[in-house]
Design a protein around this ligand. Structure first.
Ligand code: SAH
Length: 346
């Protein structure tokens, strides 16, 4: 019999469940508080032993255990390989910034988008994560580091919009005052560009930041790097993004991974600038992030030198577009996602 997924429940859903198994309603709040702190049933010390056992037998918390933990000696970035009871693992990374602590979480075990530069997609998608398993990554990391996490980026393993219902449920739960209560403005969701789901997400009217993994400025190049582009081309994607911005008023992030010899020439920068200008007359709709590619053994893609990155940035600046070059955190622990899970499973 499948366990009851209480990790994905709202407080009132949990109350209803707890009452339905003959327990007092107030127990739900106690359990909820423990789950938010990353504590699993066995350690919920204000519950009776029989209740703890009953919960452990019948319910699923979604809280992962730490299978492996790496701490960067350079900047303190922490990378977790989190394990779930079915033996599957995902990665999460905690980054410490001056303005607060941010976690990068995974939304699926593996990924089926097939982006050529990405380690997460190599073995395909194994399964979706539940909302509770996404929450569980935040709660377990928070418990382990012993401090509050201020922000979340859904940029780990998986395509969040390919696990749409669970991702939406997660966003509702994690921003709830009953739960972890993380401000939507401190949450980013990154997508390879599932246009139909972007349109759906727009209707939710969350105050989150939508990040678009663009990585190329024409269909030929983007389709070669990102198979999803064969379904929704660059124009369709940017039209959806423009619509999203106009409907929500939220600035959108454009992610552009620079890969030497593939998409990082001056001509590429000009083409990117012209493309973005075509859809967004004003820069205030966009953040542009340039990310030197993280080499993944299987892909053979390399970073260009620093000068080529600066040149790319300057070409955009000359067109009136400010772009930020993403700082690499945790270079000594392979902090970008997908690589640790690969290493452990091969
Ligand atoms: N599927 C979602 C979220 C996960 S990937 C998406 O595609 O946006 C998170 C970000 O990391 C994306 O922008 C992705 O393109 C980027 N990324 C993946 N592999 C990378 C690599 N080897 N080097 C640099 N960025 C990479």
């Amino acid at each position: 019999m499948a366990k009851i997924d209480i990790g994905s429940m709202t407080l009132s859903e949990l109350e209803e469940y707890i009452v339905s198994i003959g327990e007092s309603r107030f127990r739900a709040k106690q359990i909820y508080t423990w789950l938010c702190r990353g504590v699993d049933f066995g350690d919920m010390s204000n519950l009776s032993k029989p209740l703890r056992e009953k919960l452990a037998e019948n319910c699923y918390s979604g809280i992962p255990h730490i299978e492996k933990k790496l701490v960067s000696r350079i900047d303190g970035t922490v990378k977790y390989l989190f394990g779930f009871p079915d033996g599957e693992c995902v990665e999460s990374v905690v980054m410490f910034y001056k303005h607060g602590t941010t976690i990068c979480i995974s939304s699926q075990v593996g990924c089926r988008m097939g982006c050529k530069f990405c380690a997460s997609t190599i073995g395909g998608k194994v399964r979706d994560l539940t909302a509770g398993e996404m929450l569980g990554q935040v709660a377990a990391a928070q418990k382990d580091i012993g401090e509050r996490i201020d922000g979340i980026v859904m940029m780990g393993i998986g395509e969040p919009l390919d696990n749409y219902n669970n991702a939406i449920k997660f966003l509702k739960l994690v921003t709830s005052p009953d739960g972890l209560n993380i401000g939507a403005r401190h949450i980013s969701l990154s997508t390879s560009g599932l246009v139909d789901k972007i349109a759906e997400l727009e209707k939710e009217n969350f105050q989150i930041t939508l990040s678009i993994s663009l990585h190329a400025s024409n269909d030929e190049r983007r389709s070669a790097l990102m198979p999803v582009n064969r379904k929704w081309g660059v124009d369709e994607l940017l039209s959806a993004v423009k619509h999203y911005f106009e409907a929500t008023g939220r600035r959108v992030s454009i992610e552009y991974t620079l890969i030497a010899g593939q998409n990082d020439s001056e001509q590429d920068a000009k083409e990117l600038g012209a493309l973005l200008r075509k859809y967004f007359a004003k820069q205030d709709a966009l953040h542009i992030n340039l990310i030197p590619v993280n080499p993944v053994k299987e892909s053979g893609f390399m970073q260009g030198d620093r000068r080529s990155v600066e040149k790319f940035q300057k070409t955009l600046a000359d067109m009136g577009l400010t772009a930020t070059v993403r700082r690499t955190l945790g270079p000594d622990i392979n902090a970008s996602c997908g690589q640790l899970r690969r290493k452990e499973s091969t």
